[in-house]
Design a protein around this ligand. Structure first.
Ligand code: NAP
Length: 331
């Protein structure tokens, strides 16, 4: 039988396992023009939390008692479509099912060995593109500037910081544990890193880590961390707003400092973006990321959780900071 994971009920606050339902169905056979896909790797991402709410957004909400979807790498195990051969690997926005039928639309082929597939969900995929395009298009880094990144040890944040270093910035990361602080400094070569769970005066900690002030703030988390960074920005600062994970589970939106005076007096630019806003730049961005990776200028971390049944728990773990780099489930 084919295992499937459905959204059983809309989470109230932080998601729990009972928000998901496991079910099974028979493994379908591909009709003419169709292929049968076997799920290999599942990307779990913070943005999926927004799709679990019953609200209008840039992407439709998941329906109750229907399979959840996310970025998935799958193998073609049967093909009735001339465009796909058995044994090929594909990437697409697919359902949380062990096996599924596709007509091939929206899938991209991955020309890589089995051992080199997972970066296509991270540094060579959506999160790498988000890091590169958010930083270069909105952050517009210049050598010598100070770049602060929140969610710094995650999939997007760890790449943002490394690109900042390549482009000549001083890079300071904000993250949630001493182990991650160490990882940022040793593996990802950040100049400095702050554990936001230990530093109760975050505003002061940022001031100390950034004596020349903050020129670019790449915001992955929002909330009180971002309030503290904002208080330290320089004239003409740029603030790409990439994510707000600290607020995704709020049931009523907390009110923070009024930010208009600081944005005004610092002539700062704060701009939200969805990576798809830059879709025409994906090929060039992917090429640059792949080149830096090959040259050893970029590296990445992955947290791999094993087993189809652990997909919901892996997703929940994002909100407890249990990942270093990209969170992926190997089915
Ligand atoms: P990630 O950073 O790999 O994983 C989430 C991390 O967020 C956790 O490891 C945790 O790290 C941190 N976190 C969780 N709860 C937090 C809280 N209350 N306060 C502060 N930090 C918290 O995830 P990602 O895929 O790279 O995504 C990062 C952000 O970018 C998310 O907000 C996501 O929605 C956004 N995003 C946006 C786009 C776009 O197109 N705009 C695309 C991809 C991702 P700690 O241990 O440091 O707390």
């Amino acid at each position: 039988m084919n295992k499937v994971i459905l959204l059983h009920r809309r989470p109230a606050g932080k998601p729990v396992l009972n928000d998901f339902k496991f079910t099974s169905e028979s493994i379908p056979a591909p009709q003419i023009g169709e292929i049968l896909l076997k799920t290999l790797y599942v990307s779990v991402d913070p943005y999926l939390r927004g799709r679990m709410n019953d609200s209008k957004s840039y992407i439709p909400a998941f329906e109750l008692d229907k399979p959840i979807q996310s970025g998935i790498i799958a193998e073609v195990v049967d093909s009735n479509n001339a465009g796909f051969q058995k044994g090929e690997f594909v990437l697409g926005n697919l359902a949380w099912k062990e096996f599924q039928i596709s007509d091939g639309k929206g899938l991209s082929k991955i020309e890589a060995d089995d051992s080199e597939l997972t970066p296509h969900l991270g540094i060579l995929g959506m999160t790498g593109l988000t890091a590169y395009l958010g930083l270069t298009e909105i952050g517009i880094p210049k050598p010598g500037e100070t770049l602060v990144v929140s969610g710094a040890a995650g999939a997007v944040g760890s790449v943002v910081g490394q690109i900042g270093k390549i482009l000549g910035c001083k890079v300071v990361g904000i993250t949630g544990s001493d182990e991650k602080v160490e990882l940022l400094k040793s593996k990802f070569k950040f100049d400095n890193a702050i554990n936001y769970k230990k530093n109760h005066d975050l505003l002061k900690a940022i001031q100390l880590a950034c004596p020349k002030g903050v020129d670019i703030y790449f915001d992955n988390v929002g909330g009180v961390i971002s309030d503290a960074v904002l208080a330290n920005i320089n004239k003409h600062a740029r603030l790409p707003v990439c994510g707000a994970i600290s607020l995704y589970n709020e049931t009523s939106m907390p009110i923070g400092p009024r930010i208009q005076p600081i944005i005004l007096t610092k002539s700062a630019t704060m701009r939200g973006f969805i990576v798809g806003d830059f879709s025409e730049k994906f090929p060039a961005a992917n090429k640059q990321l792949a080149t830096w990776l090959k040259q050893g200028k970029l590296t990445y971390s992955e947290t791999i959780i094993y087993g189809f049944r652990n997909i919901p728990q892996a997703f929940i773990n994002l909100f407890d900071g249990k990942n270093e780099g990209k969170m992926i489930v190997k089915v």
